[in-house]
Design a protein. Structure first.
Length: 150
């Protein structure tokens, strides 16, 4: 009898220890990142898929040209002449690189080769590689219900 009472009292004491009496902010996790593949050849830049919802996006880039290229992502507003959202370093021929961008607003974005890492003489020659357009739609749902996500 004494043993059962002691166990019950100890159990109630442990349950009371877990409560802090305060509240905490239960912020939803950001949307799960989406992987997009980018293929650069001597003629054009290709992005697959070409449309995605707003949120974090990981670009996996492969350079299949015979020379070193860099990738740049800019807003397509005003002809894509805005500041770059992200730029890779130089990507050697037959090599890959990754870059992550968190798109907050819907719209069209330009994915093209850039002059980063090139000499002044190379920058003076305009690129003949045609850019790709990425359409970003409304925000994707948060990742709070996704298991095994960081």
């Amino acid at each position: 009898m004494y043993y059962a009472t002691s166990v019950t009292a100890l159990g109630l004491a442990l349950v009371g220890c877990g409560s802090t009496g305060g509240s905490f902010a239960n912020q939803p996790r950001p949307a799960t990142p989406v992987n997009l593949t980018v293929y650069i050849n001597s003629e054009r830049v290709s992005v697959s898929p070409a449309s995605v919802g707003a949120g974090p996006v990981v670009f996996i880039v492969t350079n299949q040209t015979p020379k070193t290229e860099s990738l740049q992502i800019t807003s397509a507003l005003n002809g894509g002449g805005g500041s770059a959202l992200a730029t890779t370093g130089p990507i050697n021929p037959q090599a890959t690189a990754t870059v992550t961008v968190d798109f907050h607003s819907p719209g069209d974005y330009t994915v093209n080769t850039s002059s980063a890492g090139l000499t002044q003489a190379q920058q003076a020659v305009p690129s003949t590689i045609q850019p790709a357009t990425l359409h970003v739609g409304t925000a994707r749902p948060n990742g709070s219900n996704e298991l095994l996500q960081p």
